[in-house]
Design a protein. Structure first.
Length: 222
């Protein structure tokens, strides 16, 4: 049973999420503020955290930093802040995904399943992943069908494939694929992502696996 910690200062949202998650056989704990969320996480060790940013005591981004100091538990931000900058800050702090209020419960559940699958994939360290009719072997660094990638294309693809369903922010991808001095060079990302789509997507103009979240980053959809 997956243990979910829901952090929000709106009682009606806590109640609604608790009811919906319990009905779907999750084990649920709730916290109305950042301080109790951090204590609850340390004591209860949830498998997933659903976190609001606008908390009464500690900003949600600081809660993410606090959690990331000791755990890699998946974190989905659920917030009324719709601006791209808020999303990017949360993702850069270590959140795995971002859902904007008002939200659809089915979408939230789909995002939860995606980050849970990603965690399972990372734990299992699969050697082969299917994408666009090709098989990518992460261990041997080969792709079926004679597809060849440049070292930079490979680093981008590997980062995405090792995080299925997770939104990778532009800043994170630039820092990990290039270095911390290139975190504003978003034109690099557009250029190399276009190249990856031409090599791997059945229809590069309508990608179904290598997706762009405008202004935020990229996501691999299995």
């Amino acid at each position: 049973m997956t243990r979910v910690l829901v952090v929000d200062d709106e009682p009606q949202i806590l109640r609604a999420l608790r009811i919906n998650l319990l009905a779907r056989h999750f084990e649920v704990a709730v916290a109305p503020d950042g301080g109790s969320a951090l204590r609850q996480a340390a004591d209860w060790h949830p498998d997933l955290v659903v976190l609001d940013l606008g908390l009464p005591d500690i900003d949600g981004v600081d809660v993410i930093h606090g959690l990331r100091g000791w755990t890699a538990v998946p974190i989905i931000v659920l917030s009324g802040r719709a601006g791209n900058q808020d999303k990017v800050e949360a993702l850069d702090a270590g959140a795995d995904d971002y859902v904007t209020k008002p939200f659809n419960i089915d979408e939230l559940l789909a995002r939860m399943r995606a980050v849970t699958r990603r965690t399972a994939v990372q734990d299992a360290e699969p050697a082969r992943i299917e994408i666009g009719g090709h098989t990518v072997d992460l261990a041997d660094k080969t792709i079926s069908g004679g597809v060849r990638l440049t070292p930079t294309e490979w680093r981008m693809l590997e980062l995405l494939l090792r995080n299925p369903g997770k939104l990778i922010s532009q800043r994170q991808m630039l820092a990990e694929v290039w270095d911390s001095k290139h975190t504003t060079e978003t034109n690099y990302l557009r250029q190399y992502m276009a190249q990856l789509r031409r090599k791997l997507e059945p229809d590069p103009a309508r990608p179904v696996h290598l997706l762009t979240e405008p202004g935020m980053g990229y996501r691999f959809q299995p």
